[in-house]
Design a protein around this ligand. Structure first.
Ligand code: ADP
Ligand code: MG
Length: 365
């Protein structure tokens, strides 16, 4: 049994019980949806980050970890087409981290991102543990009945993705090869960077020590990829636009990887899909480094996780209403929803093949 089989079982157990009619959507989507008032629905999302499993402690500046802890949950609210409002965060810390500047740095990164989206931290808990463990909760809202679910895609809908794919997984590979973020920065948007950490700079090692003549360009690409992994940018603006304008028929955020998350969306909706390989927005830094660092842009775009882009479907009748960019972030048209019998496929020119769900799993079968 893998983690998704277990979640399915848990979901059957909960839906077999008598529950409140105010639960619009329980286990199974990016966030749970509750009927809050005659005109508003509440969204709640929870995410766990465990050291050495979900992040490498020695490669992750605490300020960036604080940013990421909030970013992953903001991404889930965005994936429901919602507006984030409030948050809670619980942390387990080793004594050594407590005594160092960890907690101050963590919350500086967390609160800077919260401020950017007008989110208020309203509670949490603290405890001691052997490794750093973080439980992040974000609460958001949508107009009644407007939450964008994973389960409502229809055959003929067109498939889109925000931003670019594969960069975060490439960043993780580089970290595992020994690369370290040079100056721990939090990306304020896609085009600007802001110094955000007073920690001493760690020397770049191994993978960052390029020996080719284009050292500087490679080093810059490596740093950008490390930030894609360590400092993800949740697509909050796109989520709000797609939800409020009723543009998306279904949506999920790409946390496990495009292949796995597309399978989740297709399974929940009871549909198939065809993706055009040539239309995938490959991360330009992965393309720049490919061949020299054993990074395969297409494989990373299809199966690499943690880009926290939004994968969504649009009915043909609404295509003309789609904005080109929101908050400076563009979208790519990558395929089409099909009948379920077609399965989930990738097409490149005249070739077509099955797309297996090969993204991240904590527990495999
Ligand atoms: P995401 O990647 O969007 O955060 P997950 O893959 O973590 O989603 O979870 C998928 C669904 O399973 C979500 O609806 C989540 O709330 C639910 N889920 C995950 N773990 C548990 C758990 N321990 N108890 C109840 N529901 C869970
Ligand atoms: Mg999600």
């Amino acid at each position: 049994m893998n983690e998704f089989d277990f979640i399915r079982q848990l979901r059957e157990q909960t839906s077999a019980r008598k529950t409140s009619t105010r639960i619009v959507c329980g286990i199974g989507d990016d966030a749970a949806v509750f009927r809050q008032s005659p005109d508003r629905d509440l969204l709640i999302s929870s995410d766990l980050l465990v050291e050495s499993v979900d992040f490498h402690g020695e490669a992750t500046p605490p300020r960036l970890l604080g940013h990421k802890a909030l970013a992953v949950s903001l991404s889930d609210i965005a994936a429901m087409g919602g507006r984030p409002l409030w948050s809670m965060v619980s942390i387990g810390l080793p004594q050594s981290a407590w005594a160092s500047g960890f907690k101050e740095e963590f919350f500086a990164g967390y609160l800077a991102l919260a401020d950017r989206f007008g989110v208020s931290l309203t509670g949490g808990d603290l405890s001691q543990s052997q490794h750093v463990v973080i439980d992040s909760i974000v609460i958001g809202e949508v107009d009644k009945g407007r939450a964008v679910l994973r389960s409502t895609a229809q055959s003929g809908d067109q498939i889109f993705v925000t931003g670019s794919l594969g960069g975060a997984a490439a960043g993780l590979k580089l970290i595992e090869l020994g690369a370290r973020v040079r100056s721990p920065t939090v990306r304020e948007g896609d085009d600007s960077q802001q110094a955000a950490d007073g920690r001493p700079q760690e020397p770049a090692r191994d993978a960052s020590q390029a020996s080719e003549p284009n050292d500087t360009a490679d080093d810059e690409a490596i740093q950008q990829l490390l930030l894609r992994q360590l400092s993800p940018q949740p697509r909050v603006g796109w989520g709000i636009v797609l939800g409020e304008e009723q543009l998306a028929t279904s949506m999920i955020d790409i946390s496990d990887g495009l292949s796995s998350d597309l399978h989740h969306l297709c399974d929940e909706s009871g549909v198939g899909a065809v993706i055009e390989a040539a239309s995938l927005p490959l991360d330009e830094n992965v393309v720049h480094l490919c061949g020299r660092r054993a990074l395969d842009p297409l494989a990373l775009a299809l199966h690499g996780g943690e880009d926290f882009e939004l994968l969504f479907t649009v009915s043909p009748k609404n295509l003309s209403r789609l904005p080109k960019r929101v908050d400076g972030v563009s979208i790519s048209h990558i395929g089409e929803i099909t009948e379920p019998s077609r399965g989930v496929r990738v097409r490149e020119k005249s070739h077509e093949w099955d797309l297996p769900a090969r993204g991240f799993e904590h527990f495999s079968g």
